[in-house]
Design a protein around this ligand. Structure first.
Ligand SMILES: N[C@@H](CCC(=O)N[C@@H](CS)C(=O)NCC(=O)O)C(=O)O
Length: 213
């Protein structure tokens, strides 16, 4: 049975859980906190980051690498587009969502969720405002021009939709919501992705794990 090391709430672990559920692949979760410095975990993932997948003699880090492996090993139902340029765009959205956008979402989440609840510290609202007022608007302007007003980016739901939306899910745990009057298409995509059955099921587990439900 496939084993996934990670925790609910991480946008990177979320991708892997959704991919496995979407493809109906059974798996066990091995609870692994990020930033733990756990020496045994560093033996299987020297970066110490989550998620890590163990499938028999294969041990892989990085959500993108893991999801690509799952897509190749279990092609149906497809979670990535197959047309060349759409596939390339899906890579770009995964890179953007897991890179810069994720840093912004994590910044809000860390300040407004982790600091008060995990570390009993006040959030740095100046830093949050810099993200919400300066860094996010140009990204949202760009995304607003990329995503459709209805449905998903490539027609059917794909990993690209989840990658675009995931940073905003984490920001929403910290009270940030995308302004739907300014960015209606991206706000609509966030709502639709949250309702996608496998995403919805994983988010329900996250809410429980984070004490939000
Ligand atoms: N590129 C990696 C990023 C994974 C990542 O940064 N995970 C975070 C949790 S959300 C983590 O483990 N951070 C711990 C650290 O950076 O040491 C992926 O896609 O899996």
């Amino acid at each position: 049975m496939i084993k996934i090391y990670g925790v609910h709430g991480s946008p990177f672990v979320r991708k892997v859980f959704v991919a496995l559920d979407f493809k109906d692949i059974p798996y066990d979760i091995v609870a692994q906190m990020p930033f733990s410095g756990d020496k045994d975990y560093l033996k299987i993932n020297p970066l110490g980051k989550v998620p890590t997948l163990v499938d028999g003699d294969l041990t892989l880090g990085d959500s993108k690498v893991i999801c690509r492996y799952l897509e190749a090993a279990y092609p149906e139902p497809a979670l990535y587009p197959s047309e060349l340029k759409e596939k390339a765009m899906a890579d770009w959205y995964e890179d953007l969502g897991g890179g810069y956008l994720s840093e912004l979402g994590a910044g809000i989440f860390f300040q407004r969720f982790m600091r008060p609840f995990a570390f009993k510290q006040e959030p740095d609202e100046e830093l949050v405002a810099k993200i919400t007022d300066k860094k996010l608007p140009p990204m949202l302007d760009y995304l607003e021009g990329q995503v459709p007003a209805d449905g998903f980016v490539f027609g059917d739901f794909t990993m690209a939709d989840l990658c675009i939306v995931s940073p905003f899910i984490n920001a929403s745990y910290a009270g940030y919501e995308v302004d739907s009057s300014r960015w209606p298409s991206i706000a609509g995509l966030i709502a639709r992705v949250k309702e996608q059955p496998q995403v919805k099921a994983v988010l329900a587990k996250e809410a429980k794990a984070l004490g939000l439900s």
